[in-house]
Design a protein around this ligand. Structure first.
Ligand SMILES: [Ca+2]
Length: 478
């Protein structure tokens, strides 16, 4: 009898822990190459990511996982908003990085009313200074940096590029990637008895390429940049291992829904590897927008691989469905008032559980007329524009976008362009300058000229002066 009672009570504990709202964890790597993880079958032999590998084995590997842009800040805006960042006029890194309006509802603000403890760790890049701090937008606990897209990995006490705890500047020591892992793990341990949302937004493996010397010495590819990048990736993998250990030691691993993505593709100029994809960061070819993408929820999702397209916009609706938070989950074409309160992604859980079959999806990218990149994927077809260049690809046969079918299939080009046009109608004008999309048909003298480095700097300086804010520290462009 005692045994039956014991069995029954342990069943109840299991049952209640599984039906309790899960913890939500979103881990974002920065500029990580599509092939620079060992769960990618074509990874280069020098890659070492054992913790990401064990996460991949416990979860679902999304082989066609996308982000909503080809640089840091726009995709992070899309992720936090759960909506195409272009709805707010964010097409370039400078636009989203200059501040997401304070009246916009962000990811943690959906979860807090449902009783979640919320923490943000690392890079924010959605506003240059304290006025836009994540601590003012739904995150109870914050440890990280504001400013632009990059931070020195060793200099953690620089008053010109501070590390914040909440809204207070703190002087830190150590290696930044290690510190982010430690702080996230501590947050999880502290809140293990309640549901929590942790947003761990690494700046690794973004420039500057810095890692402890002994870590770099473990690699010997003959390319110093590559060695540093690999060492940074290894350290990020260690930090993810620390987080996984905290979840397991806290007894909450099973009921934690964890997402892992990179914020954009790997930069080829810094020897990232996006094989077999074409291009990298700063392009709308697959190498710029298709990223390593994992979803893990041991209590609910069977491990495996998922071959249909998913996007970082799906993360918020999926998390909210898991947490039992209700919101409308589709955008409303042409109705901007409704679009403001709805999400653009879909809840992936019924798909991943095999309860519904995947439907054909349309996904969109656009970085405004000045940059000139735009793309649309519909089913297996993808149209990519770069100023006056257009390419049409069948991704089911040509994942490397090597065989341009635009000239052979003008009707398909017209069909996809029309789809992109219709999407663009719903989006806002760029907040800074230019038109929503580059106009191939415009006469040459009306087309935006590419700004020189000096002109870009002048424009940035003028913008800063306008804001009458203290100057934000100079950091590599992201
Ligand atoms: Ca990035």
């Amino acid at each position: 009898m005692k045994l039956i009672a014991l069995l029954f009570s342990s069943f109840c504990i299991l049952h209640s822990s599984f039906s309790a709202p899960p913890n939500i964890v979103v881990i974002v790597a920065d500029d990580l190459g599509y092939a620079d993880v060992t769960f990618h079958p074509q990874h280069p032999k020098e890659i070492v990511t054992p913790n990401l590998d064990s996460l991949a084995k416990a979860g679902v590997i999304c082989r066609q996982g996308y982000v909503t842009g080809h640089v840091c800040s726009p995709t992070r805006a899309g992720l936090m908003l759960g909506r195409y960042q272009q709805r707010l006029g964010f097409y370039t890194g400078g636009e989203a990085g200059s501040g997401v309006p304070m009246n916009e509802k962000l990811f943690p603000q959906y979860l807090k009313p449902a009783g979640y403890a919320t923490g943000q760790f690392g890079k924010w890049h959605l506003g240059p200074d304290l006025a836009w701090s994540p601590a003012l937008r739904g995150f109870d606990e914050v440890f990280g940096f504001l400013g632009r897209g990059a931070h020195d990995y060793f200099k953690l006490d620089d008053p010109n590029d501070p590390i914040y705890r909440g809204t207070e500047v703190v002087k830190e020591t150590g290696y930044l990637t290690d510190r982010l892992g430690e702080e996230t793990a501590a947050f999880m341990t502290k809140h293990k008895a309640e549901p929590f949302f942790a947003y761990l937004a690494f700046n690794a493996v973004h420039a500057p390429l810095q890692a402890p010397e002994d870590e770099i010495a473990k690699f010997n590819t003959g390319n110093k940049d590559r060695d540093a990048r690999l060492a940074m990736g290894k350290r990020m993998d260690d930090a993810i291992g620390r987080v996984m250990t905290a979840l397991k030691d806290g007894g909450v691993w099973e009921n934690t829904l964890l997402f892992f993505i990179s914020d954009n593709g790997g930069p080829l100029a810094q020897s990232a590897d996006n094989s077999p994809l074409r291009g990298g960061k700063h392009t709308d070819y697959e190498g710029g927008i298709r990223v390593p993408f994992l979803i893990c929820w041991p209590a609910q999702l069977k491990p495996g691989e998922w071959q249909s397209p998913v996007t970082s916009l799906d993360i918020l609706p999926t998390a909210l469905a898991a947490a039992g938070v209700k919101v409308a989950a589709t955008s409303v074409a042409g109705d901007s008032a409704k679009a403001e309160t709805t999400l653009d992604g879909i809840n992936l859980l019924p798909l991943l559980k095999g309860e519904t079959a995947p439907a054909s999806r349309d996904l969109f990218w656009c970085s405004g007329s000045d940059e000139g990149w735009w793309a649309v994927r519909s089913g297996d077809w993808k149209l990519v524009g770069e100023k006056d260049k257009l390419g049409l690809f069948d991704l089911s046969k040509d994942v490397s976008e090597a065989n341009d079918l635009a000239k052979q299939m003008p009707e398909k080009v017209a069909e996809l362009t029309k789809l992109h046009d219709a999407w663009l109608v719903e989006m806002a004008k760029p907040v800074k300058a230019g038109e929503k999309r580059y106009n191939m048909a415009a006469p040459a003298e009306k087309k935006p000229k590419k700004m020189t480095k000096e002109e870009k700097k002048k424009a940035r300086d003028m913008e800063r002066a306008k804001k009458r804010q203290p100057e934000t520290p100079e950091a590599p462009k992201a």
